[in-house]
Design a protein around this ligand. Structure first.
Ligand code: FMN
Length: 183
């Protein structure tokens, strides 16, 4: 079974998009689509980027562990909020930290917002940075609109939206897995 690392990018106090990371972990595991783990950037609390990991003489253990997790993943789902039309500094911090780990890594973007558009504007800038670094960003996208209402704190979709959310998630994950060899 493939292994997917889910990056939960928001480190904001009172964050809501982490619910979507929890949703995907459960979704992947319950449907036996992949094993899954959440890389929570709030928990990692990385220092602000000062050099790429491979060039650091004494990297912190958590950065090395993060690198190993990305290296070992068959695919990555990035759950990101949209801040002022872009992606958060916490995410750029880890994109720049690694290099080879990202190369040819199948990555799908799940964008979140508290409004009706589900972070449609964040995709372009993130897609561009990931393309620049050599990742394989897949065309599938997932948009979590009104994220604070659509999911509870454990990542369960609101019963009203559940069927649609799960249908969209199945398409999103299915497309990502098509880019994972032998899955
Ligand atoms: C600094 C900041 C900028 C934001 N900019 C946008 C935006 O450009 N578009 C949007 O739809 N929502 C925007 N929002 C609202 C976020 O979509 C909302 O706060 C969402 O819950 C963010 O995810 P988070 O709670 O996990 O941080 C912004 C929120 C913050 C804190």
């Amino acid at each position: 079974m493939p292994h997917i690392e889910i990056i939960s990018a928001s480190i904001r106090t009172g964050r809501q998009s982490h619910r979507v990371a929890l949703f995907f972990k459960k979704f992947l595991e319950e449907r036996k689509l992949a094993t899954a783990n959440i890389l929570d950037l709030k928990a990692y609390n990385f220092p602000l980027f000062d050099e790429r990991l491979a060039h650091q003489p004494n990297p912190i253990p958590s950065a090395k562990e993060f690198s190993e997790k990305i290296k070992g993943a068959n695919a990555v789902i990035i759950v990101t909020p949209e801040y002022n039309g872009g992606y958060p500094a916490s995410l750029k911090n880890v994109v720049d930290l690694l290099y080879n780990e990202w190369r040819r890594k199948p990555i799908a973007i799940a964008a979140c917002s508290d409004g009706p558009f589900g972070g449609t504007q964040v995709v372009t800038s993130l897609q561009f940075s990931l393309w620049k670094i050599g990742a394989l960003t897949v065309p599938a996208r997932f948009h979590a609109a009104s994220v604070q209402l659509a999911y509870d704190e454990q990542g369960n979709p609101n019963p009203k939206d559940k069927e649609l959310i799960e249908k969209l998630a199945a398409g999103f994950v299915g497309e990502l897995l098509r880019y994972v060899p032998n899955s």
